[in-house]
Design a binder for this molecule. Structure first.
Ligand SMILES: Cc1ncc(C[n+]2csc(CCOP(=O)(O)OP(=O)(O)O)c2C)c(N)n1
Ligand SMILES: [Mg+2]
Length: 567
């Protein structure tokens, strides 16, 4: 029960409170799909004219909200109905949770009077999403709705960002009460530590001075904290080489000479060797995922580890940490810059690393007329001058995009890292385009993953969104095929496509320009045509079917045991 009431508070329905609160939170676009239990809210959307994008499947809506959040740095909002509408967003919620994306997800629910009776379209979303949300609420009374919405936005966007779910029973959205949105959020049990402990910062500073082989591992936390400028200034000051996690790409300029590339399973040899040989590893906003570390027993064996993270639960979770620093990445970097320890002698280390970079770059062989997928990504990089927002799906094309598109700016790279969700990339591009309406957005998608959420072509048709869809068509579940080749005796169980849809005609069915490219000599002019075209374009680019992603750390191996390094 709310006690104090504000004199300005107005009497209104739960659904109008919701839309009003979204306006107070500066929400300029909602992604969703209507249905019975959420109809009162959709009625309000109709009446107020708040911008709503109708996906063609709820999964499309939530991935679009994720793409929007990733690129805008603001929370993504998704509204769906109860039961099947709500369960259709579960994958996206799990995806946002593991990749720390701020979302507010509103699910309709059956009326409070019938909750628990297996009512029509009832699903227990609180139970289902308990482990995959940062927090979830079921609204039991209209009086608590304003407070809950305010808290939901606060929790989603502060500390380590994440998805918050609000389950809204139909009778609550119809009931009326007082709308008071002026009260401050009061959550004594939720107080993320933003400012790091000065003594811990001092320890990092001293360690940098004495280290001979320091390296920074920059993760997505740098992006969430909007700390790229501070990172660049700190690196400039201390001359420490930087490696990125998959999700951290763009947090430090990919073309800077101190950037060693992405580390991990398909990272660069130099980045992995830097972690392996380092005597000081400063992790900023990264969580030592197994695809990054390889076999933990061999991970960074010589390094003293300093771990800067807003989420104390991450520190020491996978890797023993000598210097834990709990706090916001931006604040931590500002303090490190301020303290300005004496610069250590890292020259020999930097020279060794730049030698490695030169000797063992990422590589592939483009011979003949069959397009190599890596070459395709390099060409996309060229034609977009490195300025596009790039989203990907999951698989080989994702790894090649991470390797061969050089990300020089924060928030231009959108991919599903932790969950590895096929079907993510294309709808995420839609959200990305809403976040950056004036930027070129390219969705680089596998021929399989595209078929998981292809129905969202409707949004492009309806709104003429100028998104460029690049299907990297290897007629296979390429990454599965690669693993079957390498680890399952070349038994290609259910991973090759003997027939495929006509992707060009599929695009045309939605009045979208479709193109197909089969050979190398056609590629350059086709790409130019694609990116010069003012509206949406889908390109079905046929690439080498047998190509594998290298270099690679095989399962169970350490970072120093990469295979497929440039011969
Ligand atoms: C929803 C989902 N199902 C299954 C997988 C397992 N998986 C990972 S990559 C991959 C193949 C993807 O094929 P495609 O989209 O064509 O991309 P490619 O690897 O060929 O570039 C599969 C099936 C997954 N990541 N997500
Ligand atoms: Mg494929």
């Amino acid at each position: 029960m709310e006690t104090e009431t504000n004199a300005h508070a107005k009497e209104m329905s739960g659904s109008s409170m919701l839309i009003k609160a979204l306006a107070c939170e500066d929400v300029d676009v909602i992604f969703g799909y209507p249905g019975g239990a959420i109809l009162p809210t959709y009625d309000e959307i109709y009446k107020t004219g708040i911008r709503h994008i109708l996906a063609r499947h709820e999964q499309g809506a939530i991935h679009a909200a994720e793409g929007y959040a990733r690129v805008s740095g603001k929370p993504g909002v998704c509204i769906v109905t109860s039961g099947p509408g709500a369960t259709n967003v579960v994958t996206g919620i799990a995806d946002a949770m593991i990749d720390s994306l701020p979302l507010v997800v509103i699910t309709g629910q059956v009326a409070t009077t019938v909750i628990g009776t297996d009512a029509f379209q009832e699903a227990d979303m609180i139970g289902i999403t308990m482990p995959i949300t940062k927090h979830n609420y079921q609204v039991r009374s209209v009086d608590e709705l304003p407070r809950i919405i305010k808290e939901a936005f606060h929790i989603a966007t502060t500390g380590r960002p994440g998805p918050v779910l609000i389950d809204l029973p139909k009778d609550v959205s119809l009931a009326t009460g007082l709308f008071d949105y002026d009260k401050e959020v009061d959550l004594p049990g939720y107080q993320p530590t933003v400012i790091p402990n000065k003594l811990q910062i001092r320890k990092v500073v001293d360690s940098v001075t004495t280290a001979k082989k320091p390296v920074i591992l920059a993760g997505a936390g740098v992006l969430h904290a909007k700390a790229s400028e501070e990172l660049a200034r700190y690196v400039e000051q201390q001359q420490i080489p930087v490696v990125n996690t998959l999700l951290g790409l763009g947090s430090f300029p990919g073309e800077d000479e101190l950037h060693l590339g992405m580390a991990g399973m398909h990272g660069t040899y130099t980045a992995n060797m830097a972690l392996h040989e380092a005597d000081l590893l400063i992790s900023i906003g990264a969580r030592f995922d197994d695809r990054l570390t390889g076999n933990l027993a061999h991970f960074a064996p010589n390094a003293k580890v300093a771990h800067i993270d807003i989420d104390p639960a991450e520190i020491g979770k996978n890797v023993p940490t000598e210097i834990p620093v709990v706090g916001d990445a931006k604040e931590a970097l500002k303090m490190l810059i301020e303290e300005q320890g004496e610069r250590g002698d890292h020259q020999e280390w930097k020279t060794w690393l730049s030698g490695l970079k030169e000797e063992y770059p990422l590589w592939y062989v483009q011979d003949g007329e069959t397009i190599k997928p890596q070459h395709l990504i390099e060409k996309i990089y060229e034609v977009t001058k490195g300025e596009a927002v790039v989203t990907t799906d999951v698989g080989q094309h994702q790894m090649w995009s991470a390797q061969f598109y050089k990300f020089n700016h924060p928030n231009q790279w959108v991919t599903s890292g932790g969950l590895g969700t096929m079907g993510f990339g294309f709808p995420a591009a839609i959200g990305a385009q809403f976040a950056k309406p004036d930027k070129p957005v390219v969705a680089i998608i596998g021929d399989a993953g595209f078929q998981m959420t292809a129905q969202e072509l409707s949004i492009l048709q309806e709104l003429n969104l100028p998104i460029k869809i690049m299907i990297v068509n290897n007629a296979a579940l390429g990454m599965v095929r690669q693993w079957q080749q390498l680890f399952h005796g070349e038994r290609y169980s259910n991973s090759l496509f003997p027939i495929q849809p006509n992707f060009v005609k599929l695009a045309e069915a939605y009045d979208i320009k479709g193109m197909q490219v089969n050979e190398l000599h056609e590629l350059e002019s086709a790409l130019k045509e694609m990116f010069d075209y003012p509206g949406p374009v889908l390109m079905d680019c046929r690439v080498a079917k047998q190509e594998n992603v290298y270099p690679m750390i095989s399962p169970g191996k350490g970072q120093h045991q990469m295979e497929g390094v440039k011969p």
